[in-house]
Design a protein around this ligand. Sequence first.
Ligand code: GLV
Length: 312
Amino acid sequence: MTSPIYVAYHSVDHDISFWQDALAPLLPGITLVTPDTPEAQEAEVMITWNPPEGMIAGLKNLKGVVSLAQGVDHVLNGKTFPTHLKFARLIDPYMSEAMAEWVMLTVLEYHRDAMAYRAAEKRHDWIRLAPRIAGRTTVAVMGLGAIGSVVAETLTHLKFNVIGWSRSEKSIPGVKSFHGDGGFKSCLNQADILVSILPLTAATANIYNAQHFAEMKQGAAFINAGRGKQVVEDDLIAAIDNGHLSGATLDVMVTEPLPQDHGFWDHPKINVWPHVSAQTNPETSGQQVAKAITDIREGRTPDNSVNVTRGY
Ligand code: GLV
C-alpha cells in the first residue's frame, strides 16, 4: 500500500475527478483534497485555477503551488502569495499548438473576409470581395514567449508578414521582433491584424486603450487571447464604432463569463469566444503537473518556475 500523497486542489472550472483521474496513474498514492478538508492541511502542494484570496496562505504545510494554466495572474493578481512558496506554471506544447490553431482560424477569418461572406450568405447575396495577399498583410503577435513564439512561427508558414513584440528581445526565424516601449508602438502602427497573447501584469493591465487603439492602422483588426483586463472594453467598442478598427475577436474578457447584458455579445463587429483558445488538457499536461508536484515535495525548484515579482 502506498501512503496517500495529499495535494490540495481548487479550480473554478472542473471538479476534482478531472485532475484526480489524470494524475493517479502518474503519481501513485496521489489524493486530491479540497482546501476545506483536514487532509489539505497536510498537503505540501496545491494545484489550482483561480483560488480565492487567502486560500493558499491558509494551507500551512504548503511548499509550493502549481498553476493549472499557462497564465499565473489568477493566482497572483490582487492576491497574497506567501514568499516562501515555489510556483510552477504550465508550458504545454499541445496548448501552444492549440493557441496557434485558434490564431490561424481567427486571423484567416479577417484575411478571407469570413464574417462578410457569412453575412452575405444569410442575405442570399452572391458577393465577391477583392482578395488580399498574405505577404502584404502584416500580423503582429504581441507576446513572444513560450506560446507566442509558436504562434508567430506558425503564421510565417501562411506567408504573412509577421512581426512581434515582447518585453525582452527575442529572435524567431522569419519574424521581425520588437521590444521595449518604442517597439510596442511600432507594432501598433504596422499591424493589419494585431494578435495579443501577453501575460497580465501591472505593466499590461489596460494596455489596449483609446490612445493605443488610435495608434493602430485605420481598418486594423484586434484579436485578444491574452487576458481581458488588458483591454479597456469601452475604448475598444468606441474604436470600432467610430470606424477606426474593423473589428475584434476576443477569447478573454474583463469579466468571465461575459455578463448577459454586455455590449460585446450582439456587436456585429465583435466575435466572442468563451476563453477556449488553448484549454488546459490533463491528458497532455498531466506529466508536467505530476513532475512539478514531485519536485516541490522533494525540495527542488520545479520546471517552468514563475518569477513572482515579474508576474509571469
Ligand atoms: C489560460 O488562459 C491559461 O492561462 O492557460
